[in-house]
Design a protein around this ligand. Structure first.
Ligand code: AMP
Length: 547
């Protein structure tokens, strides 16, 4: 017997329709590329996203065709999120930090038909446009009077002129909820990038899951600042969750330095912010130097790479801000786990709580996870056994765009497919998962694994250390031994021996790195993650002491 409930498809257009109807006057504030602050509302975003819909129809783009963006976080980008996906086209958010050659490769691989870009990326577009013959429409996200006359880009139009003459009414099409809605290429370190192709259904289920109180906890009373870019897994889905709950959104535009982010948090009464550790490091540095405090910020979501304990402590103890350590990946839309404490853990001491908060957290409902050994046998949830982390759920990919890389899934005895995350993790009896490493970064010394994250976290707790990367170096006896590569904070000093002594009593002796290498900078990838492959190449002539 079938249930007798209304069978409405889960569509992205329903999010903006809801936000307009129930939260039409709630503000959307953006720092623009021009540097000024722009104020809009959910109502205006909805109206303009319908103008985008009509403008796209005018270009005769078929359902499923890709519309790319090369843009910072801002109101026009948000309008494209709804206008493009709402009409059945696929929003393809490009990462402007990629090398131009790689960017052109991705645009061509995705078969992008239109590309909308912020004016700060005009030089980049001028470099790549001739290499992207499939793109028929170029739109500059600016007012018509800001459009350069001599851009060299054929048919370039300004966004405001493009949508300006369009009607603000449209009937959003009734799509199949499994239709593709947006796509994002992974920051994969080997081979060509691969794309995750999200659907309306996966996006909406993720929006529900992410907004839950024990996940990102979004509400109409919040003012949320996604510092995480809208080109990095849809800003962790926050634009969609925000529309579902009707909260205020605050967009930082291109200004991600500590001063600009701090000022925006204070002036827009931000209650929750989300970003990668490198951004928070800049913010905390600015606050420490200037003796500043937060007056409204309550929570900050930190993910994308492991959050060092020193950062959790600084937010918690110095500034009274709760850190939500979160883990996920492009292939997971991206949310997998969030570290929010359970009731019984509230009675723990601050030190014991910190140990829990360091973990990547509990699975958001919708995500199932397990850890397995090399033969695929499930390992116990005892907080000690570590193995490959596998996941499954309705917002996790089943295959990559164009079937690239073949079938990525691993199948269990019952035939269920699990996506291998490439992370190595433990899970404790309360269900808190902790990443020990990317599987390719794990250091194997004398047959035992050393977690590079543990080694980095200890170095990061030293007051003179700004950034630390632990990598394994070939060793004739132990196979591999860890070294730690360190960037010092400006104006501070620490010697190799002092830093190695700092490890005493914090981890087992054999896990202490063999050496410290001081560098001016650690290479970061397009999404702010440390690029250990590049670092290893840079240190290819390095020899361990005594070898
Ligand atoms: P991406 O698809 O570029 O977002 O990268 C996903 C990968 O980033 C994951 O598989 C993890 O290796 C890493 N990652 C994301 N969040 C965390 C976190 N909180 N702690 C440690 N690693 C993380």
């Amino acid at each position: 017997m079938l249930g007798q409930m209304q069978n409405q498809p889960l569509l992205i257009s329903s999010l903006i329709t809801h936000a307009e109807r129930h939260h039409g006057s709630t503000e959307i504030v953006s720092r623009r590329v021009e540097g000024d602050i722009h104020r809009s509302t959910w109502g205006q975003i909805a109206r303009r996203s319908r103008q985008v819909a009509n403008a796209l129809d005018g270009l005769h783009l078929a359902h499923g065709e890709r519309v790319a963006t090369l843009a910072w976080n801002g109101y026009r980008h948000l309008e494209l999120y709804f206008g493009v996906s709402g009409t059945g086209r696929v929003l393809h958010t490009l990462n402007p930090r990629l090398h131009p050659e790689q960017l052109a490769w991705i645009v061509n691989h995705a078969d992008d038909r239109a590309l909308c870009f912020d004016m700060s990326f005009l030089p980049l577009v001028q470099t790549v446009h001739a290499k992207c013959p499939g793109v028929r429409h170029w739109v500059a996200l600016c007012d018509s009077d800001k459009l350069p006359t001599d851009s060299g880009i054929p048919g370039l139009v300004s966004y405001e002129a493009w949508i300006g003459g369009q009607s603000a009414t449209c009937v959003w099409p009734d799509l199949d909820e499994n239709s593709a809605s947006s796509m994002c290429y992974t920051s994969g370190t080997t081979g060509n990038p691969k794309a995750a192709l999200y659907s309306h259904r996966s996006t909406l289920l993720h929006a529900y899951g992410a907004a839950l109180p024990d996940a990102l906890g979004c509400s109409a009373r919040d003012s949320i600042l996604p510092v995480v870019p809208m080109f990095h897994v849809n800003a962790w889905g926050l634009p969609y969750s925000a529309a579902a709950v009707g909260c205020k959104l605050v967009f930082p535009g291109p200004a991600l330095d500590g001063k600009s982010v701090y000022e925006l948090i204070e002036s827009e009464k931000v209650s929750m912010a989300a970003g990668v550790p490198t951004v928070w490091q800049m913010l905390l540095g600015h606050m420490q130097q200037n003796g500043l405090k937060f007056s409204t910020l309550k929570r900050t979501v930190i993910g994308g790479s492991a959050c060092p304990p020193a950062m959790i402590n600084a937010f918690n103890q110095t500034y009274g801000v709760e850190v939500l350590h979160a883990w996920g990946m492009t292939e997971m839309s991206p949310l997998g786990t969030v570290c929010t404490l359970k009731n019984a853990q509230l009675a723990l001491s601050a030190d014991e709580q910190l140990k829990v908060r360091l973990k990547q957290g509990r699975a958001v409902y919708g995500v199932d996870m397990k850890i397995v050994d090399e033969s695929g046998n499930e390992l116990p949830w005892d907080g000690k056994a570590y193995g490959d982390l596998l996941v499954r759920g309705p917002w996790i990919i089943a295959s990559y765009f164009k079937g690239e890389g073949g079938d990525p899934m691993r199948y269990d005895a019952s035939g269920k497919g699990w996506f291998p995350t490439g992370d190595v993790a433990t899970i404790d009896a309360d269900g808190f998962m902790q990443i020990t490493d990317r599987s390719k970064d794990v250091i194997k010394s004398g047959g035992e694994w050393i977690s590079s994250i543990d080694v980095e976290n200890i170095a990061m707790a030293h007051p003179a250390v700004a950034m630390a990367a632990c990598i394994g170096m070939r060793h004739p006896k132990w196979d591999e031994r860890p070294i730690v590569v360190v960037v010092k904070k400006p104006g501070t000093e620490v010697s190799r021996d002092e830093l190695l002594a700092f490890y005493e009593g914090k981890i087992a002796k054999w896990q202490v790195p063999d050496d410290v290498v001081f560098v001016d900078a650690i290479p970061l990838g397009a999404t702010g993650k440390m690029q250990k492959m590049t670092l290893r190449q840079q240190l290819k002539d390095y020899v361990l002491p005594g070898v």
